[in-house]
Design a protein around this ligand. Structure first.
Ligand code: ADQ
Length: 463
């Protein structure tokens, strides 16, 4: 069995439960093969110059954790700049929010080159390398330039936009070319595979070879959908533990005569949070029987505060939330509770279970794991209803959710009304089907599927 090497922008200690399902699932696989996890530490060091990094290694059980400190300038250009102010908005179809500063791209390349230099000496000949997400797209090309011949796979956690959106990215040819240094590219959904393939064919002149293979620039890459799942058993264990049970009981008692709706996200413009608030307002307006009853709890964890677009979103949201409470609140009922904080992971299942309706309404999302967590947390005898944006990757799998268009405020209000008043039998059959699919396609299925496909691929350098 090959040793697994995971590379991601940030390291998480897989032994800490707060790390979440993905870190735990990758940690399991790493522990089995005695692996290496490589990424940035998130810390910046004043004594480093651009392009320099300080590597630290630490053994955590059978896993070697290797993290790299950057200088503040590199962190700003690579992480806040190119990754989060260019790739994130463009890949979420938000060209209006992208900041195409050429210095960002220079920093992004510089940091990826430095990561390749730091990683190369840690590699063994038979390693299987799994690179994660948009921060590291050119990493394989940089490793290959240094002579790395191991198999390298890439998984993109965010969506792929259609070809003409991708083409708006200055130097997109360079970015596309860098995907061909991988042996396998995994995407979240079939829609993403379609967009990716069409971009490569129209913009990079790639040939489709069949069997999910694309050929361009003298290399062949396999591209396929590997929809990510959650660790169902871990989440169920979390749901049965005291913190989640207490959270559930406290909310049930508080809302015994009211209906609770829940939204949990990072505060990000891709998550459709203002659109959700507008739909909730419309619900109260059009269906007055919900006044003094339906209560929306929204927990939005702080995210990327240092990027401009996020501060604007925060302001917009505070205005919308304040206006609803001002217009519809009474002395003993506030329609909306907006909390700009991260809740402890161990309380999330209790929150989900207490909510009659789970609102997951992104304008675009690679997958969205909250949708899956909400379903798994429900009481099978009396389950709540998932209202899910059709623009989340999860919608391809979760057809029995009430699928909505978050841009259609009236339509979304109608779906929320239907969810609040759905008969028990319908709630149960929808829930059973969703749960069954989420169980079958969990995070272990995802990881095994990807790694097996990578094992089977021949190295790009050998092709
Ligand atoms: P994100 O956009 O960060 O990730 P998402 O899938 O929505 O993520 O959630 C990830 C985790 O964060 C979930 O386990 C959720 O419970 C937790 N979480 C979110 N908000 C929280 C809050 N306010 N408090 C506590 N916990 C919170 C990217 C892509 C997604 C893709 C994932 C995984 O953007 O589309 O699903 O990666 O591939």
């Amino acid at each position: 069995m090959s040793r697994l090497v995971v590379v991601s922008n940030r390291l998480a200690d897989p032994r800490k439960p707060a790390a979440g399902g993905l870190a735990v699932a990758l940690g399991d696989a790493l522990a089995r093969t005695g692996g290496l996890w490589f990424g940035s530490s998130g810390a910046t060091a004043a004594d480093l110059a651009p392009g320099e990094g300080r590597l630290r290694t630490r053994q955590a059980g059978k896993v070697l954790l290797a993290s790299v400190d950057l200088c503040a300038e590199d962190h700003a250009a690579y992480y806040q700049g190119y990754a989060n102010s260019v790739l994130w908005p463009v890949f979420h179809y938000r060209l209006d929010l992208a900041q195409f500063d050429p210095a960002y791209l220079v920093g992004y390349r510089r940091v990826n080159q430095m990561f390749a230099r730091k990683l190369l000496p840690l590699l063994r000949e038979s390693d299987l390398i799994w690179v994660h997400d948009y921060h590291l797209i050119p990493l394989a090309a940089e490793l290959r330039a240094l002579g790395c011949r191991q198999r390298i796979g890439f998984f993109l956690h965010i969506p792929v936009p259609p070809p003409l959106v991708m083409a708006a990215l200055p130097q997109h040819e360079w970015l596309m070319r860098s995907f061909f240094a991988y042996d396998l590219v995994g995407l979240q959904s079939e829609a993403d595979v379609d967009h990716f393939t069409r971009s490569m064919v129209t913009e990079a002149g790639a040939q489709e070879l069949g069997a999910q293979r694309l050929h361009a620039y003298g290399a062949t890459v396999r591209v396929a959908a590997f929809p990510i799942g959650i660790d169902v058993e871990e989440f169920q264990a979390l749901a049965a533990a005291p913190d989640a049970v207490h959270t559930f009981e406290a909310l049930r008692a508080e809302y015994s005569r009211r209906q609770l709706l829940l939204g949990i996200d990072r505060l990000d413009y891709s998550k459709g949070i203002p659109q959700r608030v507008r739909a909730f307002r419309q619900l109260l307006e059009r269906y007055p029987e919900n006044r003094n009853s339906a209560t929306l709890v929204m927990i939005a964890s702080p995210s990327r505060d240092d990027v401009h677009a996020y501060a604007d979103l925060r302001q917009e949201l505070e205005g919308l939330c304040g206006a609803i409470n001002g217009d519809y609140g009474t002395l003993d009922w506030m329609p909306l509770r907006y909390i700009h904080r991260t809740v402890a992971r161990r309380r999330v299942p209790g929150l989900c279970r207490a909510a009659r309706v789970g609102l997951v309404t992104p304008l675009r999302d690679g997958m969205n794991l909250v949708a899956k967590e909400y379903v798994v947390a429900q009481d099978e005898a009396d389950p709540g209803v998932l209202v899910l944006s059709r623009f989340a990757g999860a919608a391809e799998q979760l057809e029995e959710a009430l699928l909505v268009n978050p841009y259609d405020t009236q339509g979304m209000a109608g779906a929320i009304q239907a969810a609040l008043h759905m008969p028990l039998a319908e709630r149960q059959w929808r829930h059973q089907r969703l749960l069954e699919r989420i169980r079958r396609h969990d995070v272990h299925w995802w990881r095994q599927g990807f790694l097996q496909a990578l094992e089977e691929s021949s190295s790009a350098s050998a092709a």
